[in-house]
Design a protein around this ligand. Structure first.
Ligand SMILES: Nc1ncnc2c1ncn2[C@@H]1O[C@H](COP(=O)(O)OP(=O)(O)OP(=O)(O)O)[C@@H](O)[C@H]1O
Length: 286
């Protein structure tokens, strides 16, 4: 497709386009007819209940699994035709479960992010070392640079892997539950940091309020299908959250950023659940 054609059909600013994606295991559908696009510089939050297919979808995007049907294009190129090396210069991934990195320091792990941009025998320059230290500093790990990676806490490991992804200077960053080991300060800080990079990001996030606060748009998966996508306002409604997650909630505006703020109701094991009484209260205007 020529540049003019791309401008005409609006795909010029598209970082990622997924069209009618299907993936199944032993005749069980895991992903069904998933389509969405991600604009350049946009942050898309992938949300949905446990087992909805979020990780599977992300794995298709970084080619860990190949879908049965459908198309994935990255900056206009079909990803099945991009070489592994070229893909690594464009896409960085922070996975949920990471391999063990014995006998490597935190700094060495982060420096691995430089590899896709280097030739076979090219060594790290002073500028590379500076970039590694800068990334460590950004994620609050400057003082842990020489510590063994395996000795870091779960949250520190997660932050080191984010620093590695930053050093990789990707155009698309794929994050699978990047905040699951982080305390609340780092959850906010790391996602805001990722946002500030100005690159395209797709991140699976369990905390709906966090997703609402930091993402431009959200994609809601349930049982492998896309249930809703759009602005947080369009996706995070009481009705949709109730239907998909089976919890009762109230959606208000966040006092600072103005996007949806969800308050959940409790009492699902009780005979007279609080969430029911609360709904009743709402109806009666209490
Ligand atoms: N390789 C596989 N073989 C068999 N089943 C799989 C495989 N990978 C994923 N699944 C199944 O696909 C479904 C979706 O899994 P996936 O990990 O994508 O969900 P998720 O939305 O990321 O869940 P969670 O929020 O719990 O991390 C699950 O039922 C899972 O058991």
């Amino acid at each position: 497709m020529t540049q003019n054609q791309q401008q005409r059909d609006g795909s010029m600013g598209e970082a990622l386009k997924v069209t009618r994606l299907y993936w199944s295991v032993q005749q069980q559908a895991i992903l069904s007819n998933v389509s969405f696009s991600l604009q350049q510089g946009e942050m898309l939050g992938l949300i949905g209940p446990n087992g909805a297919g979020k990780s599977s979808l992300l794995r298709c995007l970084y080619r860990y699994i190949s879908p049965d049907r459908g198309q994935i294009t990255l900056f206009g190129e079909d990803i099945s035709r991009i070489s592994q090396k070229h893909l690594a210069t464009k896409v960085a991934v922070v996975q949920q479960e990471t391999p063990h990195y014995f006998a490597m320091s935190c700094e060495q792990i982060v420096a691995m992010g430089l590899t896709p941009h280097k030739g076979l025998f090219e060594t790290d320059t002073q500028a590379d070392k500076h970039n590694v230290m800068k990334a460590l500093d950004k994620v609050g790990l400057a003082l842990k640079a020489s510590q063994q990676y395996e000795q870091l806490s779960g949250g520190e490991k997660q932050r080191a892997l984010i620093a590695r992804a930053i050093v990789q200077k990707p155009q698309l960053l794929i994050l699978d539950e990047p905040t699951n080991h982080l305390d609340i300060r780092y959850q906010i800080q790391i996602l805001e940091l990722v946002r500030q990079l100005g690159i395209s990001v797709i991140a699976s996030i369990h905390d709906l309020n966090l997703a609402s606060a930091v993402c431009d748009r959200l994609l809601l998966l349930n049982q492998g299908a896309c249930i809703a996508q759009g602005l947080p306002d369009q996706v995070l409604t009481e009705q949709i959250i109730g239907d998909v997650f089976g919890v009762c909630c109230q959606v208000n505006r966040h006092p600072q950023h103005g996007k949806p703020l969800i308050t959940y109701f409790y009492g699902y094991q009780d005979e007279h659940p609080h969430h029911q009484t609360r709904q009743q209260d709402n109806k009666e205007g209490i």
